[in-house]
Each structure stands twice: as structure tokens, then as C-alpha cells.
Design a protein around this ligand. Sequence first.
Ligand code: PLP
Length: 229
Amino acid sequence: MNCSFQIRNLKKSIRETALNAGRDPEKIRLVIVTKTVAPVVIREAYDAGERDFGENRVQEWQEKKEALPSDVLWHLIGHLQTNKVKTVIGKVGLIHSLDRPSLVAEIEKQARAKGVKEVPCLLQVNMSREETKSGCAPEEITAVLEAIAAAPSIRLKGLMTIGPLTVDEGKIRDCFRKTRELFESLKNDHSGHAWEILSMGMSADYKIAIEEGANMLRIGSLVFPREKV
Ligand SMILES: *Cc1c(COP(=O)(O)O)cnc(C)c1O
């Protein structure tokens, strides 16, 4: 089945959830996560009008980028190794996984070397404190922000978090709510940055994320149910 059917259903659900939560559906952006999905299948989503695609591995992204039109806006959503920065700089639309001062410094260095003026990024926070996750702990944010202050190429646009891996809706909601509160307080205290994007919510928890204020969703398996290669 062509994935445009799933995309339509998903968008309808996003719309309904937003309206029920008293939010404007137009202000919620969908990033379709295409990791492990073959380029021909991604192309179906592209032909259905989608342009925001998310990948979590640099090498996989590079191969797909070549196979898809150049107006795709790629979101790098996975952990970014410092030695991969030079490969992605200036080529991805948004890095969701900025989480440590050493990564900030490397992005700045490579941006200068390549003459890339702006590198849009989100600060990834590990709000659920799951050890397997990347993202900085809330108490480490200050150090990352200080590094960003010395990195004029970085355009900090907001926050990203991954909800806890649990079926306990209360825990997921709590994580998203805390991230939203952090987002609001950062907006107040660090007004030099844009703080316009709050990236949270995946296939299993996007409705809760919408209810708690997410304005960017990263969704894969709902769109590509059994199309994995
Ligand atoms: C895989 C992934 C997603 C999408 O997850 P689904 O459950 O397939 O919707 C979102 N964000 C990140 C960081 C991911 O790695």
C-alpha cells in the first residue's frame, strides 16, 4: 500500500488531537522519520507533498539524500558523532541532537571551515533520564548554552526530547510537560535565541505530545508500518 494513505490518516488524527486540545493544527509540523525505509518508498511520501524527513544515521542519510530530490528538508534526529559533523554541515535543514559543548565547538569549527553561515539546531534534553538515551541532562543545559554563546554559526531554534520508553501515559505526559516548562523558561531567560520549535512525540506518544505543547512531531512507524527493509 502506498504510504500516502497512512500520511493522510495521521494528519487527520494530528488535526483532531490538536483541535481537541484547543490548539491550532497549522502550527504543528510533521517530520516523517524515514530511517530503514527504502528511497522508493520515501519517494511516495515526497510525491504526496511531504518535504520534512528525519534520519538518525549519517551514513544512511547520505545514501538517501542522493536518491531524493534536493528540496527535501532533512532532519538529523539521531545522536551526532563529532567526527560526522563535517559530513552533515550545511546539508541538513535541522539538527535535533545538539547535546554537548564538544559538539557545539565542532559544528562551529566546521561551519567556519566550509563557509556555512547558519547551522539550525535544537538542544536535545534527556528529560526522562534514561541512560540509553543521548541528550543532555537538564542540569547540563547551561554549559551547552555557554558553548553556543561562543559559536555564532549555531542558530538555536528550540528543544527536542524523546519520551520515556513505557506504556505509562502519566510518565510520558510528565516528561513532555516538564520539557514544555523548560522550553518556556529558556525562552524567558535566554531571549537571544529563537525558541520556536519544540520537537517531541513519536508514533506511540504523539497525541500526548500535542496535548502538552509539541509543535514538531517525529513519526516513522505509523507511516511505514511494514515497509521496513
Ligand atoms: C525512530 C525515531 C523516531 C520515530 O519513531 P517511530 O516510533 O517510528 O515513530 C523519532 N525520533 C527519533 C529520535 C527516532 O530515532
